[in-house]
Design a protein around this ligand. Structure first.
Ligand SMILES: [Zn+2]
Length: 279
């Protein structure tokens, strides 16, 4: 009975969080603060989603927000910090430029990146210009059946998926006191059931409408061209974990031109969201 009540509350509050766009903690967060039990919540998620068979797989499946729901000339930057042996750098030049320009960004941080950059992470988390968001515990594609992409195995089931999201959220909360409310999986791939599970754990899934740096493989000119193609309400995906690649220089080249065209850079959290999904 306790579990049922808690899960019912989780569902209600998670929906309220997302539909209003307000910065309201979901009920799981509130339940935890009141002594709630993640193990119980996870068992409930397995009961509710464990038999579901996903039909979609990709970066913009049902439920993934891919743009801001506005026709204003606004752009939201999102920066991933993926971690791992080849992805634990810190692009101080990019962050410094955003600070100088007073440009907000949502930072999707992975647990491995936090471990490798704890001082920088805490500094970023304390800067009101930036919103810390969840990029998973082990940087796995978000799957309920182990489906992968780019040779990276997805989470093998609901339990592993829940851990992927929640244990990184807990890590961030433990270090900063802040609860993440936005999630992007490692590789940004999902099935639609996984997106629902993320929602029940209090996280809106954030995709993108502009691939800004091709996983930090683009040259400066490619990054610049990608950003200049942004339409009103664009969500741009970039990376802040590969210093010395084209990302920072490309952003620095594109920003003044976009401003000349009447664009302004905004905090994603301040806008209603739109995309392939309708949740
Ligand atoms: Zn990543």
């Amino acid at each position: 009975m306790v579990r049922q009540l808690m899960l019912k509350a989780v569902t209600c509050w998670a929906v309220a969080c997302f539909s209003s766009g307000a910065l309201v903690p979901c009920m799981l967060h509130a339940a935890e603060g009141a002594g709630g039990d993640y193990d119980q919540v996870r068992a409930g998620l397995i009961a509710d989603f464990g038999s579901r068979k996903p039909t979609e797989w990709g970066v913009s499946v049902d439920g993934v927000a891919t743009r801001l729901a506005t026709e204003e000339r606004v752009i939201a930057l999102t920066l991933d910090a993926c971690g791992g042996t080849k992805g634990s750098g810190y692009d101080a030049e990019l962050i410094s430029f955003l600070e100088q320009q007073n440009i907000p960004a949502m930072l999707f941080v992975n647990a491995r990146w936090i471990d490798a950059n704890s001082a920088a992470f805490l500094k970023l988390a304390g800067n009101p210009l930036f919103t810390v968001a969840n990029h998973g515990l082990r940087h796995r594609p978000a799957s309920v059946n182990g489906r992968g992409i780019y040779g990276i195995n997805g989470t093998r089931g609901v339990a592993e998926l829940a851990d992927e999201i929640w244990l990184n959220a807990e890590k961030i909360h433990g270090m900063t006191g802040k609860r993440t409310q936005y999630y992007r999986s490692g590789t940004a791939y999902y099935d639609e059931v996984a997106v629902e599970v993320a929602g029940r754990l209090g996280h809106r899934v954030i995709g993108f409408s502009v691939i800004g740096d091709g996983g930090a493989t683009f040259t400066k000119e490619q990054v610049k061209a990608a950003l200049l193609a942004s339409k009103p309400g664009a969500i741009v995906i970039l990376h802040m974990n590969h210093p010395g690649k084209g990302t920072a220089e490309g952003v620095k080249a594109a920003v003044p031109l976009l401003k000349d065209r009447g664009f302004r850079f905004v905090d994603l959290a301040e806008f209603p969201l739109d995309g392939a999904g309708r949740r």
